[in-house]
Design a protein around this ligand. Structure first.
Ligand SMILES: Cc1ncc(C[n+]2csc(CCOP(=O)(O)OP(=O)(O)O)c2C)c(N)n1
Ligand code: SF4
Ligand SMILES: [Mg+2]
Length: 344
């Protein structure tokens, strides 16, 4: 017991970070635990990961997982720009961004949309609790309209939907989940790690201190009572054989990820959503909003959209490994450029 190791000889404890200082029961702690479990299970080398975050309780959480990985805690809402730069400089790194609904939906919305638009290869998690937890519970941009909180008062503004914003920015992978549904969070994380572009995970992650009333759509009681999963999701790594039991034809859909792994989606009644159909994804989110439904699962995936490295025509070698000799132009090349300028 306790000494089991994965394929690269690491124990689960090797994927942990510092002890959490977040409130006990906070949804963000549960998501950190799933990140630890998935990285251990998939035998990911910790030094290949870079954790990125902004400001908030959610953005503090990378300190509590993957203590042997790289990390950068950016300014409030500015993580996407930093992540874009870091991943451009070293394409060998796997980026795991952790943000909050305030960090992404309020101050950082512009940055978020441009990162999605560029299809920066990374996971982008929004730990969505409908409030600014760190600054004591003000409404965030994802708070429910008409909601009343003891200290924040009445929220009269309509919520921003993170998944809808991501879709509108041409996202290539977007899913919604619930911190109380550990298995679904894990399978979506695995799929997101295999995706070649930006994978947005909007995870409802209750703030037990400021927004856990059953009337709030971001609470544990609401989530447990109302979650409607679109699919039963199983991630199959590329080294495992894909055996799909097609018991009910039309109910099972296998999505091949670019690295050869597969995502097997067993569609659950009554919703039969095709996550490769973008218009259906828009409709699904809008209908769920009108009907007050809390749908979770894979909303949209497109494994063909070019990512940042492809659209910028980056060389295969990580830029960070290039030496001065690689970067310095030859005397002939300089002469040519100077000649071209002089002749204009
Ligand atoms: C530029 C700037 N503006 C405002 C703040 C104050 N501030 C700190 S965290 C935060 C909101 C965090 O909310 P969210 O991203 O939802 O994270 P949570 O704490 O709920 O996980 C705000 C407004 C700040 N640190 N920097
Ligand atoms: S204040 Fe809310 S979001 Fe922050 S740690 Fe506590 S429960 Fe989590
Ligand atoms: Mg929040």
């Amino acid at each position: 017991m306790g000494t089991r190791v994965n394929q690269i000889g690491l124990q689960r404890n090797d994927y942990k970070g510092r002890p959490s200082t977040l409130c006990q029961g906070c949804g963000h702690n549960s998501i950190s635990n799933q990140i630890i479990a998935v990285c251990y299970e998939l035998s990911i080398e910790p030094h290949r990961i870079i954790k990125l975050s902004g400001i908030g309780c959610s953005s503090k959480s990378p300190a509590y997982f993957l203590g042997r990985s790289h990390g950068f805690n950016a300014l409030h809402g500015r993580m996407p720009a930093l992540a874009t730069g870091a991943i451009m400089a070293n394409r060998d790194l796997t980026g795991i961004g952790v943000s909050g609904d305030g960090d992404t939906g309020s101050i950082g919305l512009g940055q978020f949309k441009h990162m999605v638009r560029r299809n920066v290869p990374m996971i982008y998690i929004v730990e969505n609790n409908g409030v600014y937890g760190l600054t004591k519970g003000q409404f965030s941009a994802t708070a429910d309209i008409g909601q009343e909180l003891k200290y924040a008062g009445l929220n009269e503004l309509p919520p921003i939907d993170i998944c809808l914003e991501a879709l509108a920015a041409d996202v290539s992978f977007v899913a919604r989940s619930f911190a109380g549904d550990a298995k679904q969070v894990r399978e979506l994380l695995k799929a997101a790690l295999s995706h070649k572009g930006t994978a947005v995970l909007d995870i409802i992650s209750p703030c037990v201190t400021f927004n856990n009333h059953e009337t709030s759509t971001k609470s544990y009681p609401y989530g447990k009572l109302h979650e409607e999963a679109l699919q039963d999701i199983t991630f199959i790594p590329e080294y495992d054989p894909i055996i799909v039991d097609v018991h009910e034809p039309g109910q099972v859909q296998a999505v091949r990820m670019h690295d050869g792994s597969h995502l097997v989606l067993r569609k659950l009644d009554p919703v039969k959503h095709d996550p490769t159909d973008k218009l259906a994804a828009f409709r699904l989110i809008e209908e769920a909003r009108i009907e007050n439904q809390f749908i979770t699962g894979l909303i949209y995936v497109d494994e063909h959209r070019p990512n940042l490295h492809e659209t910028t025509h980056l060389i295969q070698a990580p830029l960070v490994h290039l030496t001065e000799a690689d970067l310095r132009p030859s005397a002939e090349a300089l002469d040519r450029v100077l000649g071209e300028i002089c002749c204009q």
